[in-house]
Design a protein around this ligand. Structure first.
Ligand code: ZN
Ligand code: ZN
Length: 333
């Protein structure tokens, strides 16, 4: 029997149900796991995503986009194929896609993490026969430290900058990472400001009911703002741009899973690196595979060969699912 899901030039396709999951070209019907650019692309005729994720998806793809929101766990039947979305714990509204047809169940994780994050719905394991799992950090080199301990380091860095009379510029991807950072820092240290791109996405989080500390868009800050006590959350792209000039004296930091490797920290054009990731690390990836109960695993999006080889050694049927866009959108790690 043909695979329920297979790769086509447009992306991962379910022939029986005639839909694509996170297609990279315009298609008739796209089921989207989350609104990051490497998963949600413009031009498809119809989109289906989680209700929580619909706001940020429309922000990314344009207000006129035809988006059908569904509740987590609510099943839709597309030409006899049962489709449902389940929390992936990655960013607001992120979902795993469960596809069931003729007694066979596939799950596509999209990007996901199993570690706790108060700004998103927690990952829920879904049983399946075949698991298509992302593996952005699918290497034994990646083991995340406790996020609480990393946030304590961020707060200590902010306090030290405040004492030295410097602004603290904390960089993280504008959708997802930035809101997790805002939710995790100690707002008692000083005022928090947001880059415009971050502020827009933060508003969408608040509209979806996520409770986050007060923060002011940099664009709304008075000219005489004292930045020396401030924490400014901004996307990685601001490094070295004229936008930074207003802060005069500042220290920069980058929050990403990539910061787990010393080499990456050294090459970084920031003063500090904090290991905060919205993806599974190696132990969490293996744990998710185990909990899914899958006997077939198709790693995609990252260290596909390494993960497939390891899982084969564990007795599973595992092979990479290679996509032409294997690399993660910059900075989302
Ligand atoms: Zn993502
Ligand atoms: Zn991704």
């Amino acid at each position: 029997m043909a695979d329920l899901l297979r790769l086509t030039p447009d992306g991962l396709y379910c022939e029986a149900g005639d839909f694509h999951i996170d297609p990279w070209r315009a298609v008739e019907r796209a089921i989207v796991t989350h609104a990051h650019g490497d998963h949600a692309r413009r031009g498809s005729r119809r989109y289906l995503c989680s209700r929580e994720g619909a706001g940020v998806l429309r922000l990314r793809l344009g207000p006129a986009t035809n988006v059908t929101p569904v509740e987590y766990g609510e099943a839709r039947t597309l030409r006899g194929v049962r489709v449902s979305l389940h929390p992936a714990g990655h960013i607001l509204g992120s979902a795993q896609v469960r596809v069931e047809y003729g007694g066979e169940v596939w799950v596509v994780t999209g990007d996901y993490k199993t570690a706790p994050d108060p700004t998103v719905r927690s990952f829920e394991p879904v049983r399946c026969h075949t698991l298509v799992t992302e593996c952005t950090f699918g290497s034994p080199l990646y083991r995340w430290p406790d996020a609480g301990a990393e946030f304590a380091k961020i707060n200590a860095w902010w306090r030290a900058n405040r004492s030295a009379g410097r602004a603290s510029i904390l960089m993280g991807y504008s959708l997802g990472k930035a809101q997790r950072l805002l939710g995790g820092v100690d707002p008692g240290i000083g005022p928090v400001f947001l880059h415009d791109a971050v502020a827009t996405m933060t508003d969408a989080y608040r509209e979806a009911g996520v409770v986050l500390p007060l923060a002011t868009p940099v664009a709304n800050a008075p000219l005489d703002t004292d930045w020396t006590r401030a924490l400014v959350i901004a996307p990685p792209g601001v490094e070295g741009t004229s936008w930074m000039r207003r802060f005069r004296s500042f220290s920069t930091a980058f929050a990403s899973g990539w910061m787990a490797l010393r080499g990456a920290r050294r090459r970084l054009e920031a003063d500090m690196g904090f290991v905060i990731s919205d993806h599974v690390d190696w132990p969490a990836l293996l744990g998710a595979v185990r909990e899914s109960g899958a006997e077939r695993v198709r790693p995609t999006h990252g260290f596909t060969k390494l993960v497939a080889r390891y899982l084969r050694e564990q007795g599973l049927d595992a092979a990479p699912l290679e996509t032409p866009f294997g690399s993660e959108e910059e900075g989302t790690g």
